[in-house]
Design a binder for this molecule. Structure first.
Ligand code: ZN
Length: 359
């Protein structure tokens, strides 16, 4: 009986929404059968969501942002939103219940990695890089102290863009959300999905220039390759140079099973220790703990490039990735390969794995 009443209320809510939309010459959207675009949801900082009482839910073909409203008479709130996100907005009508549910969902976004390696966002499961057994914090991911210190310094800076780069399936989202957990109380943090095109990139750059700390990801081969990728998407090198604080790059390598790994010896030169003739490392064996594979879980390999004054000047001048990498290394960056070799020497993974994922 209660259920039937609820259903009736639901239908009435819809009828009311449709009537309101008609009266104001707007479109009605039922969130029962419309899945909001996460990029649109992320346009508004979480701290402003409840205050605004409206929610961007999609992009129209003309790049206007479609904004869900329950009360189209509240023009002030739309104006505030336009100023906040600096985009053309178009209101669509949703029911009060739908909007409240959406606001509650988005207002408490706390991304959680689930056991099977999916990211749970706003109560919904967002398929991520699709591998099980994933680590959850930067330490668990295997990010070394120096790389972490660099990333944390950029996070403390509190405005500008921080990019996680890497190929698909390299755990970029995991890193971003682990990094996000380090930002304690700053309300103006904005996380964007992967920067795939000029329009998402423009949102990121604009946000970075309007006092937000932007965290996003990009498909690029190395930290030093990111600025050229962004320039290739049609953004001026000068803007990239000023917006970027820090770029990380990463790979996921299989982690040696601690129960069965066995000692092996290689020439120091093969594992980044040219001064040592023979270095003791480990190789995979196989046991029941690792289902005979010799590996269990994953470890991240990282490089973190801080956009220093010199690097910023090089980006602005359109320098090649190789030149940027050279300067970054001179300024103390450990490359993906060097980080991988250090993890081989530490017995965490193997030379074969590092070669596979960095090659
Ligand atoms: Zn094993």
């Amino acid at each position: 009986m209660g259920q039937i009443l609820l259903e009736r209320q639901h239908v009435r809510g819809h009828q009311l929404g449709i009537a309101i939309a008609e009266r104001f010459g707007m479109q009605f959207v039922s969130l029962d059968d419309f899945e909001p675009d996460p990029v649109a949801l992320n346009l508004v900082p979480a701290s402003a969501v409840q205050r605004l009482d409206v929610m961007p839910i999609a992009f129209a073909a003309d790049e206007a942002v479609l904004v869900a409203v329950a009360d189209p008479r509240d023009l002030l709130v739309l104006e505030r939103l336009t100023r906040l996100i600096d985009r053309v907005v178009r209101a669509v009508v949703v029911t009060r219940d739908d909007l409240d549910e959406l606001l509650a969902r988005v207002g408490r976004i706390e991304p959680v990695l689930t056991g099977d390696g999916e990211l749970e966002l706003a109560g919904r499961r967002v398929p991520q890089d699709g591998r099980g057994d994933r680590p959850r914090s930067l330490v668990e991911l295997g990010m070394g102290e120096l790389a972490r210190a660099r990333l944390e310094a950029a996070l403390r800076y509190a405005h500008g863009a921080i990019l996680a780069t890497g190929p698909p399936q390299s755990g970029k989202s995991t890193s971003l959300y682990a990094a996000l957990a380090l930002v304690s109380t700053d309300p103006d943090v904005m996380t964007l999905g992967e920067l795939r095109d000029r329009s998402s990139l423009k949102i990121a750059i604009e946000a970075a220039f309007t006092g937000h700390l932007v965290l996003s990801s990009l498909n690029a081969n190395s930290a030093a390759a990111a600025p050229a990728r962004l320039a290739g998407m049609g953004i001026e090198p000068g803007l990239i140079a000023s917006a970027l604080d820090c770029v990380s790059s990463q790979r996921l390598a299989r982690r040696l099973c601690g129960s069965c790994r066995r000692k092996a010896q290689v020439a120091g030169a093969d594992v980044g220790s040219p001064g040592t003739a023979v270095v003791e490392i480990f190789e995979p064996a196989g046991c029941e703990n690792c289902r005979g594979t010799g590996y269990r879980g994953w470890i991240g390999l990282f490089e973190v490039m801080t956009v220093s004054t010199q690097i910023s000047a090089l980006i602005q001048a359109g320098a090649a990735a190789k030149e940027l990498a050279g300067v970054a290394v001179a300024e103390g960056m450990r490359t993906l390969l060097d980080d991988g070799l250090a993890k081989v020497r530490a017995g965490q993974t193997t030379l074969a794995e590092v070669t596979r994922v960095t090659g």
